[in-house]
Design a protein around this ligand. Structure first.
Ligand SMILES: [Zn+2]
Length: 550
C-alpha cells in the first residue's frame, strides 16, 4: 500500500514532514517524497492519492475504560443527548427494540435537562411500564429509576435514606424517581451482574468507536476489578478480535496489602495474549476535588473562603504505599496511579522515589493520571524520577464546575496550579494524553483542541452538559499542537512500551496510521475539534474506513 501527495506528519525525533509513505506486510517500508515511493509501486500495490490530506501515526489513549464505556453505548445510551424530550425518545425506542431485556440499563443523562437536576419516575413509567429501569446520570452519582425498580427494591415513603445516599422525595415523602449516591445501591444490587459476554460486547462496540476516532492503542485503566474486563480482553485477543494494542492496568485492592502481589503476578502471566497484556498495576491514591476527597496539602476552604479541617483522602497510607510500589517495581510492574490533588501527587512521587532508591532507575515507566493540582515544587520531580504525566486535557476548561465547584474551595493561589501541562513539558517530563472515557469523550480532536487553546469548542459539553465559557483557562499552560500530537502518539506509546514499534511514522515500525481530512496545523479551535478521521490502519489493515475516503 502506498500513500502519495499527503501532508505526512511523522512525529519522529526531528518532527519531520513527508509527502509519501509505503507499507508492506504491515510495516512501514519507506517515508519520503512521492519520488521516493514510486519505484515501490507494483501491479498489486494499492495507491492512495491523499490530495493533501493529513497522514499521522495512530492515536493512543493512555487512560480509558472501553469495555464499560462500550457497554453503555450498546445499552440505553443517553450520553449524546441533552434534553428531556430527547431522553424520552431514546428510552422509548430502546425499550421497543429490546423487548426481551429484563432491565432497561444504560444512562448518561445530564442533570440540567431536568428541573432541580432530578428526573421523575412518572415520566419513565410512561416509557417503560412493564419492567424495571435504572439509568445513572453522566457522572454516575445519581440514577433515574421507574416505579417497577422502586417496587422491586421495596423503596417506599417509609424507607429511610441510607447513610451514604439520599432518596429524592415529594412533599409527602414519596420517592419521586431519582436516587443519589449510596441510595443507587438499593436498586443496583438487584440487577443481573455484568457477564464476561456483556463486557466482550462492550469491548467490541468500544473498539469500533475508538478506531473511528483514529485510536489504534490504549491503556485500560482498570482490569481485574469488579467487572470481568480482564477476561473479556483475554478472550477477544485469543480469537484475534482485538485489533487494537492494549495494555491493561490490574486493579490494586486498597483494602488489602502486599499479599495481593502474588495474585497480580499470576494474572499478568496468564493474560498476555495477542495484542493484549496486563503488565501494569493501577493504584488509586485519592478521590476528586468536587466532593473534597482529592488529597490536598492545605485544607479545602468553605463557602466563606475560610479553611475547613478537611484535607481529602489518601486511599493507601503513604508509608505503606512506598513499600508496595517498591515491591511492584522490583517485580517489573509499571504502576499507573490515580492522583488528582497536590498531596496525593506528592505521596505518589515519594513512593516512586523510594522505589528508585531501593531498585535503582529502570524502564518501568510509572505514570500518574489526572494530575489536576500539582504543587510547583513537584513539577521537576516527574523528569527526575522518570515519571510520565498522564493528562486528561479535556478537563482543563473554565466551565461552571471549575468556577463554582473547584476554584472557590481550592483558593486563589492553588487554583492556578491546575493542569500544568506546559510547565511539565518545559521541565522535561514525558507527557501522555488520555481521555478517561466513559467519564469524558475519547475524541482526540476535541482533547487536542482544548490542550492547545485551554478553551472549549462550541460543540463541547462538560459532564454536567454545560457549555464552557469562551475564557481561556490558565492560558500560560497552553501547548503547541506539535506537543499535543506527540502526547497522543509517542507519549502514550511510551507509556505502553509501544514506542519502539508504533507512535511515529518511520521505516521499520508497524503501519498503525490515520488519515485525517484536514491538516490539523491549519485549524483554529472549532475546526480542530471537528476535524475528521477518514481511515485508520493497524499493521496496515483498515480497522475503520469512512465512506468518503476513496
Ligand atoms: Zn479512569
Amino acid at each position: 500500500m502506498v500513500f502519495t501527495n499527503g501532508a505526512v506528519y511523522t512525529v519522529d525525533a526531528a518532527r519531520r514532514w513527508a509527502r509519501a509513505v509505503a507499507v508492506r506486510g504491515g510495516r512501514i517500508v519507506a517515508v519520503g517524497t512521492d519520488d521516493d515511493v514510486r519505484d515501490l509501486v507494483g501491479p498489486k500495490t494499492e495507491v492512495h492519492d491523499l490530495k493533501g490530506r493529513m497522514l499521522l501515526p495512530g492515536f493512543q489513549d493512555a487512560h480509558c475504560h472501553p469495555p464499560s464505556a462500550g457497554l453503555q453505548m450498546i445499552q440505553c445510551d443517553l450520553s449524546d443527548a441533552y434534553t428531556a424530550a430527547e431522553y424520552a425518545r431514546i428510552v422509548r425506542q430502546y425499550a421497543v427494540e429490546h423487548p426481551d431485556e429484563e432491565w432497561i440499563q444504560g444512562g448518561g443523562w445530564s442533570m440540567d435537562a431536568f428541573p432541580g437536576g432530578t428526573p421523575t419516575r412518572d415520566v419513565l413509567d410512561r416509557l417503560v411500564p412493564d419492567r424495571p429501569a435504572f439509568l445513572p446520570n453522566r457522572d454516575g452519582h445519581g440514577a433515574w429509576v421507574n416505579s417497577k425498580a422502586l417496587e422491586l427494591a421495596g423503596i417506599t415513603g417509609e424507607t429511610p435514606d441510607p447513610p451514604d445516599g439520599r432518596i429524592e422525595r415529594d412533599e409527602r415523602g414519596e420517592p419521586t424517581g431519582t436516587l443519589h449516591e449510596g441510595a443507587m445501591d438499593l436498586v443496583e444490587k438487584l440487577m443481573p451482574p455484568v457477564s464476561e459476554e456483556d463486557m466482550e460486547k462492550g469491548l467490541r462496540a468500544a473498539q469500533e468507536y475508538l478506531h473511528s476516532l483514529g485510536i489504534t492503542a490504549w491503556q485500560d485503566a482498570i482490569v481485574g476489578g469488579s467487572y470481568p474486563s480482564l477476561e473479556a480482553y483475554v478472550s477477544a485477543a485469543g480469537k484475534g478480535e482485538l485489533t487494537a494494542r492494549v495494555v491493561g492496568a490490574l486493579w490494586w485492592d486498597r483494602h488489602r496489602g502486599g499479599e495481593q502481589i502474588e495474585e497480580l503476578i499470576e494474572k499478568r502471566d496468564r493474560s498476555s495474549v495477542g495484542r493484549f497484556r496486563a503488565t501494569t498495576v493501577k493504584i488509586m491514591q485519592d478521590g476528586v476535588v468536587e466532593n473534597f476527597t482529592a488529597g490536598v496539602l492545605e485544607p479545602y476552604l468553605d463557602r466563606n473562603r475560610k479553611p475547613t479541617a478537611n484535607r481529602g483522602l489518601s486511599f493507601v497510607d503513604p508509608e505503606l504505599l512506598k513499600g508496595h510500589v517498591t515491591r511492584l517495581d522490583a517485580e517489573g510492574f509499571q504502576v499507573h496511579f490515580h492522583a488528582l490533588a497536590e498531596r496525593a501527587v506528592r505521596e505518589v512521587l515519594d513512593a516512586i522515589e523510594a522505589a528508585r532508591r531501593a531498585n535503582r532507575m529502570n524502564d518501568n515507566r510509572h505514570h500518574i493520571a489526572h494530575i489536576q493540582v500539582v504543587h510547583p515544587d513537584d513539577i521537576p520531580r516527574f523528569r527526575e524520577l522518570g515519571v510520565v504525566a498522564n493528562a486528561q486535557p479535556l478537563w482543563a476548561t473554565f466551565d461552571g464546575q471549575m468556577e463554582h465547584l473547584t476554584i472557590p474551595f481550592l483558593g486563589p493561589e492553588r487554583a492556578t496550579w491546575q493542569y500544568p501541562f506546559a510547565a511539565l513539558v518545559r521541565s522535561g517530563a514525558m507527557l501522555a494524553f488520555g481521555s478517561d472515557w466513559f467519564v469524558s469523550s475519547p475524541n482526540p480532536m476535541w482533547e487536542m483542541a482544548i490542550a492547545v487553546n485551554r478553551m472549549a469548542p462550541a460543540t463541547y459539553r462538560n459532564v454536567f452538559g454545560e457549555r464552557a465559557t469562551k475564557e481561556a483557562f490558565l492560558p500560560g499552560e497552553r501547548l503547541d499542537l506539535a506537543t499535543a500530537i506527540h502526547a497522543f502518539t509517542m507519549g502514550s506509546a511510551y507509556v505502553n512500551h509501544l514506542d519502539d514499534m508504533t507512535g511515529s511514522i518511520e521505516a521499520g515500525k508497524h503501519a498503525d496510521l490515520v488519515v485525517v481530512r484536514e491538516n490539523l496545523f491549519d485549524l483554529g479551535l472549532d475546526d480542530l475539534a471537528e476535524a475528521k478521521v477518514l481511515l485508520t490502519l493497524v499493521e496496515g489493515d483498515p480497522v475503520f474506513t469512512d465512506p468518503s475516503f476513496g
